[in-house]
Design a protein around this ligand. Structure first.
Ligand code: TXA
Ligand code: MG
Length: 350
């Protein structure tokens, strides 16, 4: 397949490219596009045949439902039993990195919801995404624009890397500001339950409704027999080709431990990557070292996480040793993605 591409600049917004891509969506084709969380791979959410192509292009398991993206807060056409709490969440956090799970209306095909009676809905904040949805005139079903199992792409080049030749159109824009996929809140239960942590943090959600909580399965190994309610959370996800290990504890001890491990791996002729922070960077002498950003700015660490995992793959490292982060605020989402990338391989220092 010949993939058409266009990169749109915020200060010189190219509506022609958006209209061209919208035409592809209306005709049942696939368009990758930027959002503020990660890039998405979109199709007309109401067209079963179009949605099937998303699963094929990504190599995505059929039982993993898609989020539909809307350009309007009025979602009565797509969802039923919209609770007052759901409405409050929509009013407070849309457009933005929050997906709400609700009972689906009959207009949503079962291919999109992977046979569930519920549907995930999000109104993204990215201007390109919003204009694309408006011009298409339909909600756009879009998973992250990566090949299934790889870290989600946060820029145009990474989308091209995964999807060139597999989709009809790739729209490029800025680097995704958040860098992690949206927070998912199941509003079909009371109190609502967080199925995937993201940039809309538990603290922010609790300010709307104090009983909202995080599904206990979120931070645990699937083997512990707690079945995650977001089907996608059970798959090995966010994973680079290299083996990832997390070292968690006091920063000084973490640095010592990582330095000791690096030397052992080098002895075994393995190539090691270290995911460091601005604070620890000067203390690593061996291996490929990349800083995710300053510990004082967890948002920048979130933004750089997936791109850094992919950079280590480009460098063909065998093992990635990562520092851990505080499990609060967006740190919960960072640690969720990191522990999944590591297959829950965490060394806890005392
Ligand atoms: O930020 C995002 O949400 C990005 C951008 C493109 O919007 N999209 C995204 O989609 O991350 P995806 O498909 O990679 O992840 C969607 C997650 C999966 O874990 C899926 O199982 C879950 O949402 N999900 C979707 N619909 C659901 C439903 N009805 N019930 C429970 N979980 C659902
Ligand atoms: Mg994904």
């Amino acid at each position: 397949m010949n993939t058409k591409m266009a990169v749109i600049k915020e200060d010189d917004f190219n509506y022609d490219a958006v209209f061209e891509a919208a035409e592809v969506i209306r005709a049942g084709g696939l368009v990758a596009f930027p959002t503020e969380t990660v890039y998405g791979l979109g199709a007309d959410a109401l067209n079963s045949e179009a949605v099937k192509k998303i699963f094929e292009a990504k190599g995505r398991p059929q039982d993993n439902p898609l989020i539909i993206h809307v350009a309007d807060k009025d979602i009565k056409k797509y969802a039923e039993n919209i609770s007052p709490i759901a409405e409050e969440l929509i009013n407070k956090f849309w457009p933005g990195p929050l997906t709400i799970i609700l009972s689906k209306s009959s207009i949503i095909p079962f291919v999109t919801s992977a046979n569930l009676n519920t549907v995930g809905i999000r109104m993204p904040a990215s201007k390109i995404a919003l204009e694309l949805i408006k011009a298409s005139g339909v909600p756009i079903a879009a998973p992250s624009a990566n090949i299934s199992g790889r870290p989600s792409p946060t820029d145009f080049e990474r989308c091209v890397e995964d999807l060139n030749g597999k989709v009809d159109y790739i729209l490029g824009g800025n680097i995704s500001e958040v860098g992690l996929e949206s927070t998912i809140v199941d509003c079909t239960v009371n109190p609502p339950c967080v199925l995937r942590p993201g940039a809309v943090t538990l603290e922010m959600l609790k300010a709307i409704h104090k009983d909202i909580y995080i599904d206990p399965a979120v931070m645990k190994k699937p083997a512990e027999n707690l079945k995650p309610k977001a089907p996608g959370m059970k798959y090995r996800h966010y994973a680079p080709k290299a083996k990832v290990k997390i070292i968690e504890g006091d920063l000084k001890k973490t640095i010592e431990k990582i330095n000791e491990m690096v030397l052992n791996y080098i002895d075994e002729n393995l190539k090691v990557g270290i995911m460091a922070t601005d604070e620890s960077l000067p203390f690593y002498k061996f291996g490929e070292v990349i800083s995710l950003g300053s510990r004082k700015d967890l948002n920048s660490i979130a933004q750089n996480l997936f791109e850094t995992l992919r950079t280590f793959d480009d460098k063909n490292v065998d093992v990635i040793l990562s520092e851990a982060f505080i499990r609060e605020g967006i740190g919960i989402a960072i640690m969720n993605r990191l522990t999944k990338a590591a297959g829950f391989d965490i060394i806890t220092l005392d």
